[in-house]
Design a protein around this ligand. Structure first.
Ligand SMILES: Nc1ncnc2c1ncn2[C@@H]1O[C@H](COP(=O)(O)OP(=O)(O)OP(=O)(O)O)[C@@H](O)[C@H]1O
Length: 250
């Protein structure tokens, strides 16, 4: 007889329940999220896709505590972030969330190493030197640490941003089109590194993308339309993603 362990809350890194977001009022009122119910398993790579205006960025911004939801609750690592005051929210984002954006968002005057260490430095915390070494080695940045961003290629800059996101061992890393500014070969490298951070480091990743190739690196693709989650693909391929998107009119 096989006994399957029941899912416990520790299997879930990020969870949102009955999440709504309304922009504007009256004739400019937009319901960007309509009662979204979603759980992101710990250590998994999830891509969020859907037509333009379907609510992907809004969902990501609310989940990351970058924007206030209009209703519902969001849990990151068991903490209901909708109940946190501004200071607690800032601390939570700094310690429990990593970000990788399309535009690498590195500080131009700082070296790669200083950029990687910045979130911990801002939090007044010491970094774990062995963990830094592991991340730097995994991302192939060892001989680039003393360089400033303008001395690095786009792919190297994004790897620095990925290292910065991973260093705090965050509950979750959010990616907003992380390969949008990279050529396809470099983009593939960064996506492979993101995927190995889930497989080898147990990192949870949630990525918004328009790109079926990028989404095919994820374990799961969530499909959005008109502010709702309307589908899910497991072990996606470029073909299965493209087909699902064309079903949504993309
Ligand atoms: N700050 C805002 N003020 C008013 N409406 C907004 C605001 N931000 C987003 N919206 C609206 O909310 C809806 C969802 O937008 P959102 O940016 O989340 O979609 P998206 O799926 O990320 O789109 P895209 O793929 O084009 O980036 C859209 O109708 C958009 O016009």
């Amino acid at each position: 007889m096989t006994i399957t362990a029941p899912h416990t809350s520790t299997d879930i890194a990020v969870h949102a329940t009955n999440l709504s977001k309304i922009y504007g009022a009256g004739t400019t009122r937009v319901e960007a999220l309509r009662g979204v119910e979603v759980s992101f398993a710990r250590g998994k790579f999830t891509a969020i896709m859907g037509p333009s205006g379907s609510g992907k960025s809004t969902l990501m911004h609310c989940l990351a505590g970058l924007d206030d939801a209009s209703g519902g609750s969001i849990y990151i690592g068991g903490t209901d972030i909708s109940k946190l005051n501004d200071d607690a929210l800032t601390k939570m984002r700094r310690e429990k969330v990593g970000f990788v954006f399309q535009s690498f968002n590195l500080v131009p005057t700082l070296t790669a190493e200083a950029n990687i260490l910045l979130p911990l430095a801002l939090a007044g915390k010491k970094h774990d030197a062995a963990w830094l070494e592991t991340i730097v080695a995994t991302l192939g940045l060892k001989d680039r640490l003393t360089h400033k961003p303008h001395e690095l290629s786009g792919g190297q800059q994004q790897r620095v941003a990925v290292a910065r996101a991973l260093l705090t061992r965050p509950e979750v890393v959010f990616g907003d089109e992380p390969t949008g500014n990279l050529d396809s070969r470099t983009g593939a490298e960064v996506l492979s590194l993101l995927r190995s951070s889930t497989r080898e480091m147990g990192q949870t990743i949630i990525m918004v993308t328009h790109d079926a190739i990028a989404a095919s690196y994820a374990d799961t693709v969530l499909l959005m339309k008109d502010g709702e989650l309307v589908g899910q693909l497991e072990d996606p391929t470029v073909e299965s993603v493209t087909q699902a998107l064309s079903g949504l009119g993309v």
